[in-house]
Ligand binder design. Structure first.
Ligand SMILES: [Zn+2]
Ligand SMILES: [Zn+2]
Length: 340
Protein backbone atom coordinates (compact mmCIF):
# COMPACT_ATOMS: atom_id res chain seq x y z
CA UNK A 1 0.00 0.00 0.00
CA UNK A 2 0.95 3.65 -0.28
CA UNK A 3 1.53 5.54 2.97
CA UNK A 4 2.90 8.92 4.09
CA UNK A 5 6.03 8.02 6.05
CA UNK A 6 7.82 10.36 8.49
CA UNK A 7 11.35 10.95 7.19
CA UNK A 8 14.56 11.55 9.15
CA UNK A 9 14.19 15.33 8.55
CA UNK A 10 10.60 15.23 9.93
CA UNK A 11 8.90 15.73 6.60
CA UNK A 12 6.43 13.32 4.97
CA UNK A 13 7.03 11.23 1.87
CA UNK A 14 4.74 8.79 0.08
CA UNK A 15 6.34 5.37 0.03
CA UNK A 16 5.35 1.74 -0.43
CA UNK A 17 4.59 0.05 2.89
CA UNK A 18 3.52 -3.54 3.50
CA UNK A 19 -0.27 -3.77 3.80
CA UNK A 20 -0.88 -5.08 7.33
CA UNK A 21 -2.67 -8.38 8.00
CA UNK A 22 -5.27 -8.39 10.78
CA UNK A 23 -4.32 -10.67 13.64
CA UNK A 24 -6.66 -12.11 16.22
CA UNK A 25 -9.17 -9.45 17.38
CA UNK A 26 -8.06 -6.98 14.71
CA UNK A 27 -9.66 -5.44 11.64
CA UNK A 28 -8.03 -3.93 8.56
CA UNK A 29 -9.66 -0.64 7.51
CA UNK A 30 -9.64 0.73 4.00
CA UNK A 31 -9.12 4.39 4.92
CA UNK A 32 -11.48 6.77 3.13
CA UNK A 33 -10.55 10.17 4.60
CA UNK A 34 -8.22 11.33 7.35
CA UNK A 35 -8.16 14.89 8.67
CA UNK A 36 -4.93 16.70 9.50
CA UNK A 37 -4.96 17.63 13.17
CA UNK A 38 -3.22 20.64 14.71
CA UNK A 39 -1.37 18.13 16.89
CA UNK A 40 -0.02 16.34 13.78
CA UNK A 41 1.60 19.58 12.62
CA UNK A 42 2.73 20.49 16.10
CA UNK A 43 4.24 17.08 16.98
CA UNK A 44 5.99 16.79 13.63
CA UNK A 45 7.47 20.29 13.94
CA UNK A 46 8.55 19.49 17.51
CA UNK A 47 10.30 16.32 16.19
CA UNK A 48 8.24 14.18 18.55
CA UNK A 49 7.16 11.63 15.93
CA UNK A 50 9.77 8.93 15.18
CA UNK A 51 11.17 8.35 11.71
CA UNK A 52 9.26 5.65 9.83
CA UNK A 53 5.95 6.39 11.56
CA UNK A 54 2.63 6.79 9.74
CA UNK A 55 0.62 9.62 11.32
CA UNK A 56 -3.13 10.32 11.10
CA UNK A 57 -5.84 9.71 13.73
CA UNK A 58 -8.95 11.49 12.38
CA UNK A 59 -10.19 8.85 10.00
CA UNK A 60 -13.20 7.35 8.39
CA UNK A 61 -13.20 4.23 6.26
CA UNK A 62 -14.60 0.81 5.50
CA UNK A 63 -13.99 -2.61 6.97
CA UNK A 64 -11.68 -4.44 4.54
CA UNK A 65 -10.53 -7.62 6.25
CA UNK A 66 -11.50 -9.23 9.53
CA UNK A 67 -9.11 -11.06 11.89
CA UNK A 68 -9.79 -14.23 13.81
CA UNK A 69 -12.41 -14.05 16.55
CA UNK A 70 -13.94 -10.76 15.39
CA UNK A 71 -17.70 -10.88 15.07
CA UNK A 72 -20.40 -8.51 13.94
CA UNK A 73 -18.50 -6.79 11.13
CA UNK A 74 -18.46 -7.41 7.41
CA UNK A 75 -16.41 -6.10 4.50
CA UNK A 76 -17.64 -2.67 3.40
CA UNK A 77 -19.14 -1.54 6.74
CA UNK A 78 -18.54 2.23 7.15
CA UNK A 79 -16.65 3.03 10.35
CA UNK A 80 -15.00 5.63 12.52
CA UNK A 81 -12.05 4.53 14.65
CA UNK A 82 -11.36 5.72 18.19
CA UNK A 83 -7.63 6.24 17.66
CA UNK A 84 -6.20 4.56 20.74
CA UNK A 85 -5.25 1.12 21.90
CA UNK A 86 -5.71 1.44 25.66
CA UNK A 87 -3.71 -1.05 27.73
CA UNK A 88 -6.73 -2.08 29.81
CA UNK A 89 -4.55 -2.46 32.90
CA UNK A 90 -3.65 1.01 34.19
CA UNK A 91 -5.78 2.97 36.64
CA UNK A 92 -7.48 5.24 34.07
CA UNK A 93 -8.26 2.20 31.87
CA UNK A 94 -9.83 0.44 34.85
CA UNK A 95 -12.04 3.52 35.29
CA UNK A 96 -13.08 3.33 31.60
CA UNK A 97 -11.05 6.44 30.77
CA UNK A 98 -9.18 5.20 27.72
CA UNK A 99 -8.22 8.77 26.81
CA UNK A 100 -6.04 8.96 29.92
CA UNK A 101 -4.37 5.54 29.49
CA UNK A 102 -0.78 5.72 30.68
CA UNK A 103 0.33 3.98 27.48
CA UNK A 104 -1.49 6.29 25.04
CA UNK A 105 1.59 7.92 23.63
CA UNK A 106 3.21 4.56 22.82
CA UNK A 107 0.03 2.83 21.73
CA UNK A 108 -2.10 5.58 20.16
CA UNK A 109 -2.59 5.29 16.41
CA UNK A 110 -0.47 7.65 14.37
CA UNK A 111 1.83 8.80 17.18
CA UNK A 112 4.59 6.21 17.21
CA UNK A 113 4.62 2.43 17.15
CA UNK A 114 1.01 1.98 15.98
CA UNK A 115 0.70 3.18 12.36
CA UNK A 116 -2.03 5.75 11.71
CA UNK A 117 -4.30 6.55 8.80
CA UNK A 118 -2.32 8.66 6.32
CA UNK A 119 -2.22 5.47 4.27
CA UNK A 120 -4.49 3.37 2.07
CA UNK A 121 -5.09 0.90 4.91
CA UNK A 122 -4.87 0.92 8.69
CA UNK A 123 -4.98 -1.87 11.22
CA UNK A 124 -7.05 -1.46 14.39
CA UNK A 125 -8.30 -3.46 17.35
CA UNK A 126 -11.93 -4.35 16.68
CA UNK A 127 -12.93 -2.89 20.07
CA UNK A 128 -12.03 0.60 18.76
CA UNK A 129 -14.38 0.40 15.75
CA UNK A 130 -17.60 2.39 15.71
CA UNK A 131 -20.25 1.93 13.08
CA UNK A 132 -20.74 5.15 11.11
CA UNK A 133 -24.36 6.23 10.63
CA UNK A 134 -25.50 5.27 7.12
CA UNK A 135 -26.92 8.73 6.43
CA UNK A 136 -23.68 10.61 7.17
CA UNK A 137 -21.25 11.25 4.31
CA UNK A 138 -18.01 9.32 4.85
CA UNK A 139 -16.09 12.65 4.58
CA UNK A 140 -18.09 14.04 7.48
CA UNK A 141 -17.38 10.88 9.51
CA UNK A 142 -13.69 11.88 9.38
CA UNK A 143 -14.64 14.95 11.47
CA UNK A 144 -15.84 12.77 14.31
CA UNK A 145 -12.56 12.56 16.22
CA UNK A 146 -12.08 16.35 16.68
CA UNK A 147 -15.85 16.75 17.08
CA UNK A 148 -15.75 14.27 19.98
CA UNK A 149 -13.02 16.44 21.56
CA UNK A 150 -15.42 19.41 21.62
CA UNK A 151 -18.32 17.27 22.86
CA UNK A 152 -16.04 15.99 25.65
CA UNK A 153 -14.94 19.50 26.69
CA UNK A 154 -18.51 20.71 27.06
CA UNK A 155 -19.68 17.49 28.73
CA UNK A 156 -17.01 17.43 31.47
CA UNK A 157 -17.62 21.13 32.23
CA UNK A 158 -20.48 22.28 34.47
CA UNK A 159 -22.18 23.98 31.50
CA UNK A 160 -25.98 24.03 31.74
CA UNK A 161 -28.75 24.95 29.34
CA UNK A 162 -29.28 28.71 29.11
CA UNK A 163 -25.77 29.71 30.20
CA UNK A 164 -23.37 31.90 28.23
CA UNK A 165 -19.88 31.20 26.93
CA UNK A 166 -16.87 32.83 25.36
CA UNK A 167 -14.90 30.64 22.94
CA UNK A 168 -11.32 31.86 22.52
CA UNK A 169 -9.99 30.97 19.06
CA UNK A 170 -12.04 29.82 16.07
CA UNK A 171 -9.75 27.15 14.67
CA UNK A 172 -11.25 23.69 14.14
CA UNK A 173 -11.65 22.90 17.86
CA UNK A 174 -13.04 26.37 18.64
CA UNK A 175 -15.58 26.06 15.81
CA UNK A 176 -16.58 22.58 16.97
CA UNK A 177 -16.97 23.95 20.51
CA UNK A 178 -19.49 26.44 19.14
CA UNK A 179 -21.53 23.53 17.74
CA UNK A 180 -21.22 21.57 21.00
CA UNK A 181 -22.30 24.63 23.04
CA UNK A 182 -25.27 25.24 20.76
CA UNK A 183 -26.27 21.62 21.20
CA UNK A 184 -25.92 22.03 24.99
CA UNK A 185 -28.38 24.94 24.91
CA UNK A 186 -26.11 27.98 25.24
CA UNK A 187 -28.14 31.20 25.32
CA UNK A 188 -25.27 33.29 23.93
CA UNK A 189 -21.93 32.36 22.38
CA UNK A 190 -19.26 35.00 22.08
CA UNK A 191 -16.04 34.24 20.19
CA UNK A 192 -12.69 36.00 20.19
CA UNK A 193 -10.72 35.52 16.97
CA UNK A 194 -8.39 37.89 15.10
CA UNK A 195 -8.53 36.20 11.65
CA UNK A 196 -11.43 37.68 9.59
CA UNK A 197 -12.06 34.44 7.69
CA UNK A 198 -12.27 32.40 10.87
CA UNK A 199 -14.48 35.09 12.44
CA UNK A 200 -16.92 34.65 9.55
CA UNK A 201 -16.87 30.86 9.98
CA UNK A 202 -17.60 31.29 13.70
CA UNK A 203 -20.73 33.28 12.82
CA UNK A 204 -21.71 30.61 10.27
CA UNK A 205 -21.25 27.97 12.97
CA UNK A 206 -23.72 29.83 15.18
CA UNK A 207 -21.74 32.30 17.29
CA UNK A 208 -23.78 35.35 18.31
CA UNK A 209 -20.87 37.77 18.12
CA UNK A 210 -17.14 37.72 17.31
CA UNK A 211 -14.63 40.01 18.99
CA UNK A 212 -11.21 40.91 17.69
CA UNK A 213 -8.90 40.29 20.68
CA UNK A 214 -6.70 43.33 19.92
CA UNK A 215 -9.04 45.81 18.25
CA UNK A 216 -12.13 45.41 20.46
CA UNK A 217 -10.54 46.93 23.51
CA UNK A 218 -10.90 46.84 26.48
CA UNK A 219 -11.93 43.19 26.27
CA UNK A 220 -13.20 43.28 29.86
CA UNK A 221 -15.96 45.58 28.56
CA UNK A 222 -16.52 44.26 25.05
CA UNK A 223 -16.72 40.64 26.28
CA UNK A 224 -19.80 41.45 28.35
CA UNK A 225 -23.08 39.78 27.42
CA UNK A 226 -26.02 41.96 28.54
CA UNK A 227 -23.68 43.69 31.00
CA UNK A 228 -22.15 40.51 32.44
CA UNK A 229 -19.00 38.59 31.71
CA UNK A 230 -19.67 35.06 30.32
CA UNK A 231 -20.44 32.13 32.64
CA UNK A 232 -17.85 29.97 30.83
CA UNK A 233 -14.70 30.48 28.81
CA UNK A 234 -13.55 27.72 26.46
CA UNK A 235 -9.88 28.38 25.71
CA UNK A 236 -9.20 26.89 22.26
CA UNK A 237 -6.32 29.13 21.16
CA UNK A 238 -3.42 27.58 23.10
CA UNK A 239 -1.17 30.61 23.35
CA UNK A 240 1.12 31.94 26.06
CA UNK A 241 -1.27 34.72 27.07
CA UNK A 242 -4.65 33.10 26.64
CA UNK A 243 -4.94 31.34 30.01
CA UNK A 244 -4.56 34.64 31.86
CA UNK A 245 -7.02 36.31 29.47
CA UNK A 246 -9.51 33.48 29.95
CA UNK A 247 -9.43 34.03 33.70
CA UNK A 248 -9.84 37.79 33.28
CA UNK A 249 -12.82 37.42 30.92
CA UNK A 250 -14.72 34.78 32.89
CA UNK A 251 -17.59 35.93 35.08
CA UNK A 252 -17.71 35.42 38.90
CA UNK A 253 -18.06 31.76 39.96
CA UNK A 254 -17.47 30.85 36.32
CA UNK A 255 -15.46 28.06 34.79
CA UNK A 256 -12.57 28.14 32.34
CA UNK A 257 -12.18 25.03 30.20
CA UNK A 258 -8.67 24.69 28.78
CA UNK A 259 -8.79 22.91 25.41
CA UNK A 260 -5.88 24.51 23.53
CA UNK A 261 -2.46 22.87 23.88
CA UNK A 262 0.47 25.07 24.81
CA UNK A 263 3.82 23.49 25.55
CA UNK A 264 5.59 25.93 27.79
CA UNK A 265 5.20 27.68 31.11
CA UNK A 266 2.62 30.44 31.23
CA UNK A 267 2.21 33.12 33.84
CA UNK A 268 -1.08 34.01 35.40
CA UNK A 269 -1.93 36.35 38.25
CA UNK A 270 -3.61 34.26 40.98
CA UNK A 271 -5.84 37.12 42.17
CA UNK A 272 -7.51 37.12 38.72
CA UNK A 273 -8.93 33.70 39.64
CA UNK A 274 -9.16 34.12 43.38
CA UNK A 275 -11.30 37.27 43.45
CA UNK A 276 -14.01 35.60 41.34
CA UNK A 277 -13.73 32.07 42.80
CA UNK A 278 -13.16 30.69 39.31
CA UNK A 279 -12.73 27.04 38.48
CA UNK A 280 -10.36 25.86 35.77
CA UNK A 281 -10.50 22.43 34.19
CA UNK A 282 -8.44 20.84 31.44
CA UNK A 283 -10.00 18.76 28.71
CA UNK A 284 -7.92 16.15 26.89
CA UNK A 285 -9.17 14.36 23.78
CA UNK A 286 -12.38 12.43 24.22
CA UNK A 287 -13.72 9.39 26.01
CA UNK A 288 -15.21 6.53 24.05
CA UNK A 289 -18.71 7.58 25.20
CA UNK A 290 -18.11 11.06 23.70
CA UNK A 291 -16.92 9.46 20.48
CA UNK A 292 -20.18 7.50 20.22
CA UNK A 293 -22.34 10.47 21.12
CA UNK A 294 -20.60 12.70 18.61
CA UNK A 295 -21.20 10.13 15.84
CA UNK A 296 -24.88 10.09 16.74
CA UNK A 297 -24.94 13.91 16.70
CA UNK A 298 -23.38 13.92 13.22
CA UNK A 299 -26.44 12.03 12.01
CA UNK A 300 -28.58 14.76 13.63
CA UNK A 301 -26.70 17.35 11.54
CA UNK A 302 -25.19 19.01 14.63
CA UNK A 303 -22.12 20.06 12.59
CA UNK A 304 -22.02 21.76 9.18
CA UNK A 305 -19.27 20.03 7.20
CA UNK A 306 -19.17 22.96 4.76
CA UNK A 307 -17.93 25.18 7.57
CA UNK A 308 -15.48 22.59 8.90
CA UNK A 309 -13.86 21.13 5.78
CA UNK A 310 -11.96 23.70 3.73
CA UNK A 311 -10.20 21.33 1.32
CA UNK A 312 -9.83 17.69 0.33
CA UNK A 313 -6.51 16.64 -1.17
CA UNK A 314 -5.22 13.24 -2.34
CA UNK A 315 -2.70 11.34 -0.22
CA UNK A 316 -0.05 12.07 -2.84
CA UNK A 317 -0.32 15.81 -1.96
CA UNK A 318 -0.13 15.45 1.83
CA UNK A 319 3.15 17.34 2.14
CA UNK A 320 1.63 20.39 0.43
CA UNK A 321 -1.43 20.10 2.68
CA UNK A 322 0.74 20.19 5.82
CA UNK A 323 2.53 23.28 4.45
CA UNK A 324 -0.78 24.99 3.62
CA UNK A 325 -1.91 24.56 7.24
CA UNK A 326 1.10 26.43 8.56
CA UNK A 327 -0.52 29.62 7.24
CA UNK A 328 -4.02 30.87 8.13
CA UNK A 329 -6.90 30.34 5.70
CA UNK A 330 -7.93 26.74 6.34
CA UNK A 331 -10.12 24.90 8.80
CA UNK A 332 -9.85 21.15 8.25
CA UNK A 333 -7.97 19.68 5.32
CA UNK A 334 -9.00 16.08 4.70
CA UNK A 335 -6.68 13.63 3.00
CA UNK A 336 -8.40 11.39 0.47
CA UNK A 337 -6.43 8.25 1.30
CA UNK A 338 -7.50 6.35 -1.81
CA UNK A 339 -6.45 9.27 -4.00
CA UNK A 340 -2.89 8.20 -4.68
ZN1 LIG B 1 -6.87 15.27 16.31
ZN1 LIG C 1 -4.19 1.96 30.19
Amino acid sequence: MKAAIVQSDFTLKIEEYPTPKPGSGQVLIKVAYCGICGSDIHFLAAKMIPEGCIMGHELSGYVEEIGEGVEGWKKGDPVAVYPADPCGLCDPCLQARAHLCEKNFERGYGLGANPGAFAEYMLTESSMLHRAPEDVDIKTVALNEPWAVAVHGVRISDFKIGQTALVMGAGPIGLLCIYALKHAGASYILVSEPDPNRAKLALNAGADKVLHPEKDFPLMETAKIKGKLPDFVFECAGMATTMEEAGALCGPKGQVVMMGIYQDYVSTFPLTWFMKELTVIFSLGSEIRDFRESLYLLSKKAVDENVMISKVVPLSKIKEAFEALEKPGHTKILIDCQGV
